[in-house]
Design a protein around this ligand. Structure first.
Ligand code: F6P
Length: 341
């Protein structure tokens, strides 16, 4: 069989580990052939390919990003997009697709599966917000990067008696903020799932200063104040209808300064969280996803996504991945609150 492989949406550490595992097992154990589609759904749409064999995937395990490139192209928003993909697959003799992506990429894969395209999904996102899998690879790396930043910010915050705000990624789900804030000893953690009271935040800031310690506030980009609106970078939308977030950190710094009289500054981690080498956890998870995805393909189990359930790799219906977002249970934030202030 001949497979097309693509990586779509925001990149994330571990993508190359999946590609390597798919190809290594697919070629060695099943005698499959692979074609790399470039830049997400743009690849099959425009027929953009690259060779993908064992040689092409050597040495990529620790490399961040994706050797295939990525994009947020949505073929369902392009006139005749789906027909073009089907025609290109037929022309190139590709029997099935392995789509590695988050809610947008797997949402497209689900619709293609319903239209009869043979497809297997692999879940990725640093946000960890895909449904029906306990973890996605990339998340552990992003959390570790954020924790390192928080540890460094603690020492400079103390030297200057400042409140420092760390804005992390997470549009609708506060997983990165919650885990990095807990691991980094934040004075408070603000997530999209639980609108926050700015008065309460200022109380926590002041109480941390009283203990002769400088507060670090960890905020997800999608967090919002109880009486306010989501803060966005600008009004433009991408092909999947997402706004560009960022700005909540600066807003918090201004409010904290105004209300407490303490100096406050913001660090926006941004794409640093998505770049660079994956942690060992992410390399192992991504590798296992790749190995199990190609076995699912060998068994002809189309329309499935590989997923982590406990310590086992499961196969779940592709559609279930995007049925709803896996957001943070507010109880988990409550659990962390004992450390706030
Ligand atoms: O979906 C992953 C993610 O990293 C989000 O947390 C973030 O809002 C978004 O991608 C940023 O996307 P882009 O790099 O396209 O601006």
């Amino acid at each position: 069989m001949r497979f097309g492989v693509l990586t779509g949406g925001g990149d994330c550490p571990g993508l190359n580990a999946v590609i390597r595992a798919l190809v290594r097992k697919g070629v060695k154990e099943y005698g499959f052939e692979f074609v790399g589609f470039r830049d997400g759904w743009k690849g099959p749409l425009e027929g953009l390919t690259m060779p993908l064999d064992i040689a092409a995937t050597r040495g990529i395990l620790p490399r961040g990003g994706t050797i295939l490139g990525s994009s947020r192209t949505n073929p369902f928003k392009i006139d005749g997009g789906v027909e073009k993909i089907q025609a290109n697959l037929a022309k190139m003799g590709i029997d099935a697709l392995i789509a590695i992506g988050g809610e947008d990429t797997l949402g497209v894969a689900t619709k293609l599966d319903q239209l009869g395209v043979k497809v297997i999904g692999v879940p990725k996102t640093i946000d960890n917000d895909l449904n029906n899998t306990d973890y996605t690879f990339g998340f552990d790396t992003a959390v570790n990067i954020a924790v390192e930043a928080i540890d460094r910010l603690h020492t400079t915050a103390e030297s200057h008696h400042r409140a420092l705000i760390v804005e992390v990624m997470g549009r609708h789900a506060g997983w990165i903020a919650l885990h990095s804030g807990l691991a980094g000893g934040a004075a408070c953690i603000l997530i999209p799932e639980v609108p926050f009271s700015i008065d309460k935040v200022c109380e926590w800031v002041e109480s941390r200063f009283k203990s002769s310690y400088a507060p670090i506030i960890v905020v997800a980009e999608g967090a919002l104040p109880q009486d306010g609106d989501l803060i966005t970078k600008d009004k433009t939308l991408d092909a999947f209808g997402h706004v560009k977030l960022s700005g909540i950190g600066d807003w918090l710094a201004q409010e904290i300064e105004k209300r407490t009289g303490k100096e406050a500054r913001t660090t926006i981690l941004g794409h640093i969280q998505r770049g660079g080498t994956p942690t060992a956890f992410d390399r192992v998870l991504a590798t296992r996803f790749g190995l199990h995805a190609i076995t699912a393909a060998y068994e002809g189990d189309w329309g499935k996504m590989v997923a982590l359930h406990g310590t086992k790799i499961a196969r779940v219906p592709l559609a279930s991945a995007t049925e709803k977002l896996k957001t943070v249970d507010p109880e988990l934030l409550k659990e962390a609150e004992i450390f706030f202030g």
